[in-house]
Write a new protein. Structure first.
Length: 306
């Protein structure tokens, strides 16, 4: 009888690993996915770089309202600046905008075309990297007059620039990387990579960079799907790849999200894609018996890739 009880307990313990986890209430506070220890209930890293990462995409910056229908606003960037963060949202209507970074009147070194179904649920945050010099940030609304938006940008001070740059490099260096190869000489037909997002990941961070693959221009289409091939968020990106990694945060609240990265440049222009959690529900950090750990460089892939 004692042997049967022990055997039954062992079977129950092994079966529990395959049982679906209970859904964490949506009211649970969010926590950053940095050195998370589920036994301690929070982020345990004392590394200043990790603390910077937790706050490098601010949402409490001054916002400017822009009407739809092709409204254009520009901001002159201080010549000593090397980093800039921006935040864009709507009141729940579709988010349609084009963000560009210009050097002079004819040279565009960065652009991202944004089309989201709901700019309140799917607010977008990104951090740019560039060389010092005179530059202009340009934001244009690409939707109709019925689709206004709010946009804010922030240039960190000199110390903050170094801290955020170290945070971006740490995410890239310590996370699994996926190579995304370009397509034909006519353009198009590039690699397609899928990343299935766990249900408890509220926001997902991405770093696209060609630093280790030729340092060439990065051109990609980022599709965020919910359901069978239903694109809810679309980002068409173009940026320099050697010194300009693109670091952004994409909302993925609730179950059923997949991120699809499509290379849109030539075959000779590959890049690496890093896709990891940024904010997750406070009680749901485990996935496939792996913790979301960006701090020690030892964790495996965060998401299944098809």
């Amino acid at each position: 009888m004692k042997y049967c009880a022990i055997l039954f307990s062992a079977m129950m313990a092994s079966a529990s690993a395959f049982a679906p986890s209970s859904k964490v209430p949506t009211t649970t506070a969010l926590s950053q996915a940095i050195d998370y220890n589920p036994n301690l209930g929070g982020a345990t890293s004392n590394d200043p770089v990790d603390q910077t990462l937790m706050n490098m995409f601010p949402t409490d910056i001054p916002m400017r309202k822009m009407q739809g229908g092709g409204t254009v606003r520009t901001w002159d960037i201080p010549p000593e600046a090397e980093r800039l963060s921006y935040y864009i949202r709507t009141n729940g209507r579709p988010l349609k905008a084009l963000v560009e970074l210009w050097v002079g009147p004819i040279r565009r070194i960065h652009s991202v075309n944004i089309e989201n179904e709901d700019g309140d649920m799917n607010q977008f945050r990104a951090m740019l990297k560039f060389k010092p010099g005179t530059k202009t940030l340009k934001i244009s609304t690409t939707g109709s007059h019925e689709f206004p938006l709010e946009f804010g940008a922030e240039v960190p001070n000199a110390n903050r620039m170094k801290e955020t740059w170290a945070a971006t490099q740490k995410v890239f260096d310590t996370s699994p990387k996926t190579t995304v190869q370009g397509g034909s000489t006519e353009g198009g037909g590039g690699s397609i990579r899928y990343f299935n997002i766990p249900d408890d990941v509220e926001t997902t961070q991405m770093v696209l960079w060609s630093r280790d693959l030729g340092k060439r221009t990065v051109k990609a289409k980022i599709e965020v799907l919910s359901g069978p091939n239903s694109v809810r968020q679309l980002y068409e990106l173009h940026c320099g790849g050697s010194t300009q990694p693109y670091h952004c945060v994409i909302p993925t609240p609730g179950p059923g999200w997949t991120i699809r990265v499509i290379a849109t440049n030539y075959m000779e222009f590959p890049f690496h894609a890093v896709v990891t959690p940024y904010e997750v529900l406070g009680d749901g950090f485990g996935y496939n018996d792996q913790s979301y750990d960006l701090g020690n460089g030892q964790s495996g892939p965060m998401f299944f890739q098809n």
